[in-house]
Design a protein around this ligand. Sequence first.
Ligand code: CP3
Length: 343
Amino acid sequence: MTTKKLLRALAGEAQPTPPVWMMRQAGRYLPEYRAVRARAGDFLSLCYTPDLAAEVTLQPIRRYSFDAAILFADILLVPQALGAELWFADGEGPRLSPVTTAADIDALAEAAAVHERLAPVYQTVRILSRELPAQTALIGFAGAPWTVATYMIAGRGTPDQAPAHRLKDEAPKAFDRLIDRLTGATIEYLSAQIDAGAEVVKLFDSWAGSLAPADFARYAVAPARQIIAALKQRHPGIPVIAFPRGAGSGYAGFARATGADCVALDQTVAPEWAARHVQVDGCVQGNLAPRHLIGGGQALIDETRAIVRAFRHGPHIFNLGHGITPDADPANVRLMLEALADA
Ligand code: CP3
């Protein structure tokens, strides 16, 4: 049996102190990240320069000894590898050449073609699997098809994912082809990350919460099930974490329906509810509100302890409900870790 705490939780073990890592743990709240980011020039160059991407992945591990490192990359590298243009306008977030017609979708590259463009990401994984401390698990990741499609169709982030909903409702055949194309590319991409040394993979469906129940089953559950089934066939024993953010009551049964080994919870679900309705099926991850790492203080300590206590009878990975924000105070991360050790 592995001694890595994160892998033990994913195998179903309840631990007195849960393993911990944070979404966006390599990021702008860390001065050492901002320094390397400035050296790289821009965000995408950082993603595609293996030595620098590995360096920023390792920074939060050195500082906080988290139980897992998450590969430094981005979910939007896949659309770029499929042929979309991608750039990051400083302070404005991602921009892509929009994919809005059946012809745009048919012009995208085949799934297996992603490897050429994404080879530097696999190289980052190889460096990390060599350099990480023995007790630290390495997590690879990709965006889930629905979430990636929302960015591709709008050409940018949107508050309500309206352009993707419109294409789904008005041109369902074309939309389904896009989801299928992304499902295939995601299987290839995650499989190659595992071949390079990722020990766990995570599927980020950040906008799953905007899907009504029937669409949630079709565009969040079904693609996740397909991706996980293909990965389990190729790489038995590699655990998968699924994050259908905003799923609400849809979190119940999600692990069973998709085959995920762990479901990541956002901060809108009560830990006591999730312990009863989600953790019954296996490991859960989450779900401290990221704002506590801005505010800190007793609220951070109390919330951290309440989450640990609610999940203490089953397998749990402590994490945030979403990514840590650039205005978070690195000292509050330390406070969170102390509260965790002493819950
Ligand atoms: O978690 C980590 O530390 C690993 C790296 C990682 C990044 N993005 C780096 C990043 C991961 C796992 C992601 C996932 C990601 N990217 C998601 C899913 C998770 C979520 O947050 O919901 C999404 C939707 C994206 C797309 C994306 N990338 C957006 C919308 C933005 C702009 C918003 C922002 O936070 O700036 C990015 C940029 C991005 N990805 C940054 C980082 C560290 C900031 C860029 C910078 O340094 O300038």
